[in-house]
Design a protein around this ligand. Structure first.
Ligand code: NAD
Length: 263
């Protein structure tokens, strides 16, 4: 059997961090070497052998083949800064959403030295939906207005979701548009008539919804709705582990779930 992948988890005390830790602990393809979070104390998965803060993470980053991050943008920034300082050879799988230019710059710099895979959503179904959205937008053309509706649990901090934005980018690419030029986040007051090229985003928040996304293509005579509903967050953990197994030992570069899934 091939040697197992040494895995570190950042945001290890969070909901996704725990799921990843527990799924990896049950999978012989992985060896969990430790976790990183803002406090090195408190409740963690029993499967986590070690918990450290970013400033103590040097040895862990050296021991790991892959780091999976599900934390928060400012936390990811501190991990990436430490990763660069350590010249660590550890590949990165990033699930944190709501990233801004500082994190994007650090991710690009890291991808010159190690494999880095970012995904707003690790679900196979969502990545298929992204591909279908691009094809549908191209086939349907400008006569079909595009509106994206997403629903998430009440604790989610960013909106629209990273997945909704990925769907928006795919729709814009299908229509040969620049998303930032046509993006419309919600409507209120008197926004006026809808421009033909607009791509609308609407975020619903409540309860414990793991994540629903629907891309509406609204024509004069018909409507098409492409929908994905996540039933359980374990879906994202399983996808992140699939990405981690795929990226271990790859040449440096920037990768996506499209590469993992061959889409
Ligand atoms: P969570 O709040 O349960 O966990 C976040 C962890 O990061 C916590 O342990 C927290 O202590 C740590 N953290 C460190 N610094 C923080 C800070 N400044 N603010 C907030 N938390 C901080 O969150 P979660 O549900 O596990 O999600 C984590 C991230 O993963 C979010 O960005 C979420 O949108 C994203 N996510 C991505 C996918 C995907 O498929 N790509 C799926 C689910 C969640």
């Amino acid at each position: 059997m091939a040697e197992s992948v040494a895995l570190a988890v950042s945001g290890a005390r969070g909901r996704m961090g725990r799921i990843v830790t527990e799924l990896a602990a049950e999978d012989p393809a992985f060896r969990v070497v430790g976790g990183i979070d803002r406090d090195a104390e408190g409740d963690v998965s029993a499967a986590l052998p070690l918990l450290v803060t970013p400033s103590e993470a040097g040895d862990l980053l050296k021991a790991a083949d892959v780091l999976i991050d599900f934390s928060a943008p400012e936390f990811l920034e501190s991990i990436l800064t430490r990763h660069a300082e350590m010249e660590a050879g550890c590949a990165l799988v990033v699930g944190t959403t709501g990233l801004g230019p500082p994190e994007e710059r650090l991710i690009e710099a890291a991808s010159e030295k190690v494999g880095v895979l970012t995904a707003a959503n690790f679900s196979v179904g969502v990545n298929l939906l992204i591909a279908l959205t691009q094809r549908s937008a191209a086939a349907l053309g400008a006569g079909y207005d595009i509106e994206i509706v997403e629903v998430h649990h009440r604790r989610k901090e960013d909106a629209p979701s990273g997945t909704a934005l990925a769907l928006g980018r795919a729709a814009a690419a299908g229509r040969k548009l620049d998303l930032e030029a046509v993006r419309k986040d919600g409507r209120s007051g008197r926004p006026g008539a809808r421009p033909a090229d607009e791509i609308g985003f609407h975020a619903l928040r409540g309860g414990d919804v793991a994540g629903d996304h629907c891309v509406h293509f609204i024509g004069e005579l018909e409507r098409i709705e492409l929908t994905h509903r996540a039933s359980d967050r374990a879906l994202f953990g399983a996808g992140a582990l699939r990405a981690a197994a795929w990226i271990a030992g790859r040449v440096p570069g920037r990768y996506s779930m499209r590469d993992v899934l061959g889409l």
